[in-house]
Design a protein around this ligand. Structure first.
Ligand code: FO1
Length: 315
């Protein structure tokens, strides 16, 4: 295969496949566009959790046990914030704060989120292109019995406890695609769009909600390949299974495929869900059954290679 690959990623699970794609593709053949619906303003800073998870994973700085933030982190600033009566429900480690402060400084200097992301990833030695989905603010909110909650209030402060009745992406309708994402979509050599194993409703949908995004991706000629975030009929981590049930969806690969209906050509599912393959193929999808759990660099590279095999392999 030759040509360019566009990967759409959320946080932790998506970041792992993004790291695998970086290992098998040279920088000029890959753009990683990242969800910014989880972003929020906190302690006077703009926090971009999914961009940061991807950045830390590609720089080899990520904490693999916690799943977010930096490895070997210390928490002195957080402890002081708590003592001072500041908001300490969202944990920002000392090293992580270094990134947020640097980003805030550049954003205050009227640099775009794309420009700042390029600077931060470059300075951490990442050669591949990591771009936010948009430079305009888009904020994911979930509808609960207590009203609409900002995403991080739902996810971290409330620990995903409230039942979710709906999801919206505030600002998406008027947000422009970030230049790096628009350029990747417009490339005549775009060979495939990869939907990383991120939460379809919370992490991929904010990107699909941007004007032009669905139409561009659904255009004929460029295959769309998703890696299912379900393993053994449930989510490895995070609120996906609970959320699907609350939104009235069966927790199944078929529901994931139906959610991406009209976009998807190929679904990669875990070997523990092999029994789902026949029903998925009956809907007209190509299906790959493999190990989608990524425990180490070898797993990430192997899965990235299998995803790209659908479009003719890495070479
Ligand atoms: N997730 C948590 O569950 N608790 C936290 O305190 C927390 C802090 C945090 C700080 C920086 C960052 O980049 C991510 C952080 N996350 C935390 C993860 C984040 O809330 C979610 O993983 C994503 O938004 C979902 O993809």
């Amino acid at each position: 295969m030759s040509g360019h690959i566009l990967a759409l990623s959320g946080g932790v699970g998506g970041a792992k496949l993004a790291a695998g794609l970086c290992a098998v593709l040279p920088p000029e053949r890959l753009t990683i566009a990242v969800n910014t619906g989880d972003d929020f303003e906190h302690l006077g800073l703009t926090i971009c959790p999914d961009l940061d998870s991807v950045t830390y994973a590609l720089a080899g700085l990520n904490d693999t046990t916690r799943g977010w933030g930096v490895a070997d982190e210390t928490w002195q600033a957080m402890e002081m914030i708590g003592r001072l009566g500041g908001p300490d429900w969202f944990n920002l480690g000392d090293r992580d704060l270094g990134l947020h402060l640097t980003r805030a400084m550049h954003l205050r200097d009227a640099k775009s989120l794309s420009e700042v992301t390029a600077m931060l990833t470059g300075n951490l030695g990442i050669a591949h292109k990591v771009v936010p989905m948009s430079d305009d603010p888009v904020r994911t909110q979930v509808q609960t019995d207590a009203g609409w909650l900002d995403f991080q209030h739902y996810f971290v402060r409330e620990q995903c406890r409230p039942e979710v009745r709906g999801v919206r992406f505030d600002g998406a309708e008027s947000a422009a695609l970030a230049p790096g994402l628009a350029q990747a979509l417009a490339r005549p050599d775009l060979a495939a769009v990869v939907l990383c194993p991120s939460n379809p409703w919370l992490s991929v949908d904010p990107m699909l909600a941007l004007p032009g995004m669905r139409e561009n991706i659904a255009a004929p000629g460029v295959p769309v390949i998703a890696v299912s975030p379900l393993v053994g009929g449930t989510a490895l981590k995070g609120p996906l299974a609970k959320l699907m049930a609350e939104l009235g969806q069966p927790v199944s690969n078929l529901a994931i495929a139906q959610h991406y209906e009209g976009l998807l050509d190929h679904l990669v599912i875990d070997e523990t869900d092999a029994a789902d393959a026949a029903d998925l193929r009956d809907t007209g999808l190509c299906v790959t059954v493999t190990q989608t759990v990524m425990r180490d660099a070898q797993d990430r590279e192997r899965l990235a290679g299998e995803v790209l095999a659908f479009v003719g392999g890495v070479e």
